[in-house]
Design a protein around this ligand. Structure first.
Ligand SMILES: NC(=O)c1ccc[n+]([C@@H]2O[C@H](COP(=O)([O-])OP(=O)(O)OC[C@H]3O[C@@H](n4cnc5c(N)ncnc54)[C@H](OP(=O)(O)O)[C@@H]3O)[C@@H](O)[C@H]2O)c1
Length: 324
């Protein structure tokens, strides 16, 4: 079978492989390279011949956590990766991969989305998969939130995601193919205390994506929702925007208990690679499957949500999150 691959120096090759049982170890089949041909360009990005053969993914919020893990995961699978972020000048690790390109993109700035998209198309020619990952949690007691915090949360998690999607659609329709993977959350289908505004954004992403899939199907554009449970990333630290307002002390005890219990999930959680794998699986799945929960707690919680009445489920959440 003929396959393409890239060596660790970023040189592209095309070769003939056969699968055989391994004589020396327990692996059932190994791939033996029979013949190498064609491509030895060091900078294959500049050679469109090779760029056209590889699959391309465009990721928002690739500076940390799930976005960065996804960029690395796809790069290791020999995809070309457009890793976009607000401050590419601070990124070091992703530069070690010759099939990752960095682009400046803030999902709240339309011009930066247009620029990043145009630059990525100029290099890659096509984009197969868009991963709408950029997002964060604006959390805490709702009455303590100021309007700017609520606005910024929706500008990033909802309107930003919609804007990136909107700007990609002409390209995907022209290509007559494309996959849009929206990073929602298990919190896009269930809720926890003190996360009301964040949940509102993720429930919006779920509704938007579920509806959008219908009109895009005739153009062979697929929508996927990846729904992570708790994942150990900067989500629980650097990126978190906590609502603070003096004079609402009555809420303080409740907030403290709820945050302490919710944060425990983050500490025990798996790393972002779990979600990167789910995103990769969703990218390869050309079926109509819409939702991909990711992480063990996500699957368990969503199953429970389906099986028991709403009032029981809320009582369970109270018992876990309000535990003193
Ligand atoms: N971690 C979890 O438990 C969890 C669970 C469910 C869903 N999620 C979702 O997963 C996604 C990624 O979060 P994470 O856990 O990987 O957290 P993270 O490590 O804090 O990553 C968040 C990423 O979003 C970027 N970002 C924030 N605002 C942006 C903007 N305006 N424009 C472009 N990029 C922006 C951040 O960039 P900067 O570096 O510039 O801040 C960062 O790259 C989010 O949508 C989040 O809601 C996370």
């Amino acid at each position: 079978m003929t396959k393409k691959f890239i060596d660790e120096k970023g040189r592209g090759y095309k070769g003939m492989f056969v699968s055989m049982p391994c004589k020396y170890c327990n692996v059932k089949y190994v791939e033996i390279l029979l013949k190498v041909s064609s491509y030895t360009e060091t900078d294959y990005f500049s050679k469109n011949k090779f760029a056209n053969m590889m699959k391309n993914v465009f990721i928002t919020g690739a500076s940390s956590g799930i976005g960065k893990a996804t960029a690395l995961y796809f790069a290791k699978k020999n995809w070309q990766v457009a890793a976009t972020m607000r401050h590419p000048e601070n990124e070091k690790e992703l530069l070690n991969y010759s099939n990752i390109r960095l682009f400046r993109l803030d999902v709240t700035q339309t011009e930066s989305i247009e620029n990043a998209l145009n630059e990525a198309i100029a290099i890659f020619k096509t984009i197969d998969v868009l991963v709408n990952n950029a997002g964060y949690g604006a959390v805490g007691i709702f009455e303590k939130a100021n309007p700017e915090q609520i606005q910024r949360q929706f500008d990033t998690n909802v309107f930003g995601l919609m804007n990136v999607t909107r700007l990609f659609l002409p390209l995907f329709r022209k290509q007559k193919s494309g996959t849009i993977i929206n990073i929602s959350s298990v919190g896009g289908r269930i809720t926890f205390p003190v996360y009301s505004v964040y949940h509102a954004t993720k429930w919006a992403v779920e509704g938007f994506s579920e509806s959008l899939q219908y009109e895009l199907r005739p153009y062979n554009i697929r929508i996927k929702l990846v729904e992570p449970g708790a994942i150990k990333t900067d989500f629980y630290s650097r990126s978190k925007d906590v609502f603070r307002k003096a004079g609402l002390e009555n809420y303080t005890d409740y907030e403290k208990i709820a945050f302490t219990n919710a944060d425990k999930f983050g500490q025990k959680a798996p790393g972002p690679n779990t979600v990167a794998k789910t995103i990769y699986k969703a990218a390869l799945n050309h079926s109509k499957k819409l939702r991909y929960p990711s992480g063990t707690d996500a699957k368990a919680l969503l199953t429970l949500r389906k099986l028991i009445p709403n009032s029981w489920f809320c009582a369970l959440i109270r018992r876990v999150i309000e535990k003193k």
